[in-house]
Design a protein around this ligand. Structure first.
Ligand SMILES: Nc1ncnc2c1ncn2[C@@H]1O[C@H](COP(=O)(O)OP(=O)(O)OP(=O)(O)O)[C@@H](O)[C@H]1O
Ligand SMILES: [Mg+2]
Length: 247
């Protein structure tokens, strides 16, 4: 039996808005994601997709319920323990790119890794080869020396994706949890397909588990399963057969 990589048990997130009010952004979600699954999360703007992804990534704490990643419950972990856990076990592509304006595309991609590549057992030459391959695969080779302000929105997005994936790409790490919030939101269909294919390959070849927020049916086509959110609740759970014909 395939082990569940991500388990959510009746997870709720209430954003307090003062005067005792609150927004039930995630409202009682229970979910099990088997290791190696490519899961899509869909739903209208404001339905709670980013909030759910941030809860899974341990970037937000739940109001109630439980988030379990690879058998480890995130609740009650200290901030420093969570940070370490995330660095070891989770890769995240944010909806905002958060690129550093004073660093080139290449430096941005390398930044999170330069400090930690020895710890991860990656030689400089392997890192170099992986970087070249990933830049090429994402169509960024000619833009590697550009600063973020000299890049288009779609190029910035691809740099942010490369930054999140590089370490994973060069190591033989198996079974990482990768989270992405609208990774193709700023891309034309050709570049969107390049990203989807890369995520799909990482899933299939490395056994990574992928949780990807998207509003595009063309992305859903690459997934194994899609859950639909509405007002913070799961209102649909579509498997491969139901996804055929999408996009
Ligand atoms: N920090 C916050 N404080 C209060 N309410 C918030 C906060 N962040 C999000 N919300 C509210 O929670 C709900 C869910 O937000 P969320 O960002 O998860 O939606 P989303 O599905 O990702 O939307 P989009 O597709 O526009 O990115 C929305 O109604 C939003 O207004
Ligand atoms: Mg969002």
């Amino acid at each position: 039996m395939v082990e569940n990589h991500v388990v959510l048990e009746d997870v709720r997130k209430v954003y307090r808005t003062g005067e005792g009010g609150g927004v039930n952004a995630v409202d009682g979600v229970s979910l099990a994601v088997p290791r190696g699954q490519f899961l899509g999360i869909m739903g209208q703007s404001g339905s709670g997709k980013s909030t759910l992804l941030h809860l899974i990534g341990g970037l937000l704490s739940v109001s109630s319920g439980c988030v379990i990643i690879g058998g480890t419950c995130l609740d009650g972990m200290s901030d420093s323990a969570l940070t370490l856990f995330r660095r070891r076990h989770i890769g995240i592509v944010f909806q905002a790119f958060n690129l550093i304006p004073t660093l080139t595309a290449e430096e941005n991609i390398l930044l999170p890794i330069l400090a930690g590549h020895r710890e991860a057992g990656v030689s400089r030459s392997a890192l170099h080869d992986g970087l070249e391959a990933l830049l090429d695969r994402l169509g960024l080779t000619k833009r590697r020396g550009h600063y973020p302000e000299m890049l288009s929105g779609g190029e910035q997005q691809r740099v942010a994706i490369a930054r999140a994936l590089l370490l994973d790409y060069v190591t033989e790490t198996q079974g990482t949890l990768l989270l992405a919030d609208e990774p193709t939101g700023n891309l034309d269909s050709g570049n969107g397909e390049t990203i989807c294919r890369l995520l799909r390959d990482l899933c299939t070849e490395r056994g990574h588990t992928m949780v990807v927020v998207t509003h595009e049916a063309s992305v859903a086509r690459w997934t194994d399963r899609v859950i639909q959110l509405k007002d913070g609740k799961v209102v649909g759970d579509l498997g491969a057969s139901e996804l055929e014909g999408l996009g």
